[in-house]
Design a protein around this ligand. Structure first.
Ligand code: LLP
Length: 437
């Protein structure tokens, strides 16, 4: 997919660059992003919204992959950006991302984060709870600023996805509940607060969602709520944000819609439910993360040791693992992979790909068909662009890999591989331990 292909040497090539050359130049493990594919995904969202006739904002959910070069691409593509922490906000600002197009999420923004975001003059806060609402008003008032907000509501929709990434159901740590009246009270209080300008509401039902049904139901609940607010409080929402969650194809059998089809489903859902209720059509905002970067990312590893348990299984270990991709261990996520240096060879054996961390759960792929694998082979795991680098850790004090963007035969380093100095960079040895006995 994207610009990936097999070249004349029988090697995997991404963005016109031979994967084995990338490993030779930058080392492994290595995250490789197909820049053209990221931009294609961005444009698919933007063009589909343009075709819908709605006013819109497409905010890339930076939690999926947040580095300065990525913020640049999002900015160049004319999109907005969703951040959830001071770190993501800082990254965006350092990249020169236009502050007025930044939306700030999160269920426990600290006073420092709120102050930082107000000072930066970001475009919108997505307020999660009453404590935050009043804290935000207080800090904004001290700074003599009026801040724009959306209220995050919990629509009570269960998305069919992994429990940890499903967020729209009632028993969730996020948002104001529709059912028990707290969402209505939040609107009432927001309207009265002097330094708050309420734009509308936000709902995010979960992640890696294939069916559009959940988005329809969420739109229906949000529209019902909007009507209730209009009748009871005389207030009209200008913006409806339906969050992210659009699924991608990781392995055969995954059946996501195209980006255009997701956008059409969302815009139709809003159109149907708002016009049905005689409600003026709002602006639609969405927050795709995974569907922007997921399939554009490939992780390259070098194969090291193997262990064969006759009649049971063959383990093939690579030089990374749960430190660069914790998703299999966390969510039982599945991936496809191939040998980048022997891409034309037919599969001969069934192997399981292990990482190098000191625990049994550090497995990347179970039961993968590959040609006879040997040490030094380059394994390419596809669709690792979302929630891999962003969730990477230094467990076992493994250095986080480098990230490169490839495009038109050129590769550019966008994140350096961590150094040993980085590993101990924040360590402090108390002076009393300095004596040598
Ligand atoms: N908006 C909000 C409010 C969110 O919480 C999320 C994701 C998104 C947008 C973007 O969702 P996406 O389009 O990427 O599905 N670490 C997990 C995914 C956690 C998603 C958290 N929120 C994983 O690796 O699958």
């Amino acid at each position: 997919h994207g610009t990936s292909k097999i070249n004349d040497q029988g090697h995997l090539e991404i963005g016109g660059v031979d994967a084995t050359k990338l490993v030779a130049e930058y080392g492994s493990p290595l995250y490789v992003y197909d820049e053209a594919l990221i931009r294609t995904r961005c444009r698919e969202f933007v063009e589909a919204f343009q075709a819908s006739g709605f006013k819109y904002q497409v905010a890339y959910a930076s939690k999926a992959f947040c580095v300065m070069a990525m913020c640049r691409i999002v900015s160049e593509e004319g999109m907005s950006l969703d951040v959830v922490s001071d770190g993501e906000l800082y990254t965006a600002l350092q990249a020169g991302f236009p502050a007025e197009r930044i939306h700030f999420h999160g269920n426990n923004k600290t006073p420092e984060e709120i102050a930082m975001a107000i000072d930066a003059k970001i475009g919108c806060f997505v307020v999660d709870n009453f404590i935050e609402l009043h804290l935000l008003n207080e800090i904004a008032s001290e700074k003599r600023q009026k801040v724009k907000i959306l209220l995050r509501i919990t629509p009570g929709v269960e998305a069919h996805t992994h429990e940890y990434i499903s967020t729209g159901q009632m028993d969730s740590k996020f948002g104001f509940d529709l059912g028990n009246g707290s969402a209505l009270r939040a609107v009432q209080e927001s309207i009265q607060l002097s330094h708050i300008e309420l734009l509308g509401v936000h709902s995010h039902i979960g992640s890696q969602i294939f069916e559009v049904e959940g988005f329809y139901i969420a739109a229906e609940k949000v529209a019902g709520f909007a009507v209730q607010v209009r009748q009871e409080l005389g207030f009209t929402f200008k913006v409806i944000n339906l969050g992210g969650g659009f699924g991608i194809r990781y392995v055969e059998g995954d059946t996501p819609l195209s980006v255009a089809a997701y956008v059409k489903a969302i815009t139709d859902a809003i159109k149907i439910n708002f016009t049905k209720n005689d409600y003026p059509l709002p602006e639609i905002w969405v927050e795709p993360g995974r569907s922007i970067v997921g399939d554009a990312g490939t992780t390259l590893y070098t194969v090291g040791t193997t262990k064969e348990i006759p009649g049971v299984r063959k383990y093939v270990a690579v030089d990374g693992g749960m430190t660069d991709n914790p998703r299999p261990a966390l969510y039982e996520a599945v991936y496809e992979a191939m040998l980048a240096n022997r891409a034309t060879e037919a599969p001969e054996e069934l192997v399981s790909i292990a990482g190098k961390c000191c625990e049994s759960g550090d497995m990347l792929i179970w039961d993968l068909k590959l040609p006879q694998v040997k040490a030094g082979d380059v394994l390419a795991v596809s669709c690792t662009g979302a929630y891999n680098y962003s969730m990477a850790s230094n467990y076992n004090r493994i250095r986080r890999p480098a990230v490169v963007f490839v495009k038109d035969g050129q590769s550019d380093l966008v994140v350096k591989r961590e150094s040993y100095a980085d590993i101990v960079g924040n360590d402090v040895v108390p002076a009393r331990m300095n004596q040598v006995s």
